[in-house]
Design a protein around this ligand. Structure first.
Ligand code: ADP
Ligand code: MG
Length: 320
């Protein structure tokens, strides 16, 4: 290993970390000291990415650095939190300088953009795995949660869905795509953009929120379950889909419903606040409504109602 652990930490992580004045003590001591302002709650989340499980083995290291932080910031976005700090536990097979250079650049570029400071971590040798813990701040009592949806609330998504899932299918040969289509899908998989600004704007507006990491139906299902076992109807034609070349509508719709990794937000808003929402987030799309009756139902453009299965495509094919 060409670099010692301490050189590696200094060169790739300590020197490049952004500076915030609420970091009393950052990298270099036994632990970090962070100042939470009066009237705020600390929001904490952690996610691990393992090579071959959460990203294909040969993914560019800059994309891995970006994504490891992006998925955590996306959790903060879904809570309505403003990102502040993060820690990084990195397990590496070897201290490969080229790999580290790319990883650190992907990581720090996004950290800079989000204003989030790296304040500590751990570095070990073993099969490649990256764990990031992100911390954010939210005014007391204003966090967005999964458990606040009510029957009658409108269901929204923050942007187009399905690109990441289509990109992965294209990469792994489950879907035939042209080189141009793959190139236009790939950023959705490699460089998800956490919806931090949207999340903060939703404070006081959304009754519940989640980020879409497992697919729209699965993640909306978490909101409905947490909110007391509610259900929903979705107008399928209103779901904003990845727009790519000649890929069939039905393939893109399935990716939007069932594939994950897009990191858009799904949230609910009481009808009484829907005009406020449209003023604050004009690009958010209303795709359906929360209902008392448990389960997920799709409404086709012909007005036909079909049962949607969170786990599979079975019921879906017939109605599309
Ligand atoms: P300790 O043995 O006390 O846990 P370490 O030797 O693991 O300390 O780490 C030394 C310092 O470097 C600590 O402040 C730790 O938070 C920081 N650090 C270690 N690895 C990383 C990393 N990958 N990214 C950022 N900071 C790190
Ligand atoms: Mg340590």
């Amino acid at each position: 290993m060409p670099l010692s652990e301490f050189e590696l930490i200094r060169q790739y992580f300590e020197r490049q970390a952004i500076v915030r004045d609420d970091v009393v003590l950052g990298i270099g001591d036994d632990a970090a000291l962070l100042r939470v302002p009066e009237g705020y709650e600390l929001v904490v989340t952690v996610d691990t990415l393992i090579a071959g499980v959460h990203f294909p083995e040969h993914t560019a290291s800059a994309a891995i650095g970006h994504k490891a932080l992006a998925v955590n910031l996306s959790d903060l976005a879904a809570m309505g939190a403003e990102p502040a700090w993060f820690t990084l536990a990195l397990t590496l097979p070897e201290g490969d300088a080229v790999w580290l250079e790319g990883f650190a650049s992907g990581l720090h570029d996004l950290a800079m953009q989000a204003g989030v400071a790296l304040v500590g971590g751990d570095t070990t040798r073993g099969p490649l795995s990256i764990t990031i813990q992100a911390m954010g701040l939210v005014p007391q009592g204003q966090a967005l949660r999964r458990d606040g949806a009510h029957a009658g609330d409108l269901i929204y998504v923050s942007g187009r869905l399905g690109a990441a899932g289509l990109a992965l299918d294209g990469l792994q040969g489950r879907l035939t795509v042209t080189a141009g289509e793959q190139a236009s899908l790939q950023p959705g998989l490699d460089r998800p953009q956490p919806r931090l600004v949207d999340g903060m704007k939703l404070r006081g507006l959304a009754s519940s929120a989640i980020d879409i990491s497992d697919g729209l139906l699965a993640d909306l299902g978490h909101i409905l379950e947490r909110s007391g076992g509610l259900g929903a109807s979705l107008r399928l034609a209103d779901i904003p889909l990845a727009a790519v070349g000649a890929i069939a509508y039905e393939t893109r719709l399935r990716a939007a419903l069932y594939a994950g990794d897009d990191y858009e937000l799904c949230f609910t808003v009481p009808v009484s606040r829907s005009e406020n929402l449209a003023a604050v987030l004009p690009d958010a799309r209303c795709i359906g409504v929360v209902e008392m009756e448990p389960g997920l139902r799709g409404i086709t453009s012909a007005g036909e109602r079909i049962a949607l299965d969170v786990r599979g495509y079975d019921h879906f094919g017939a109605g599309s």
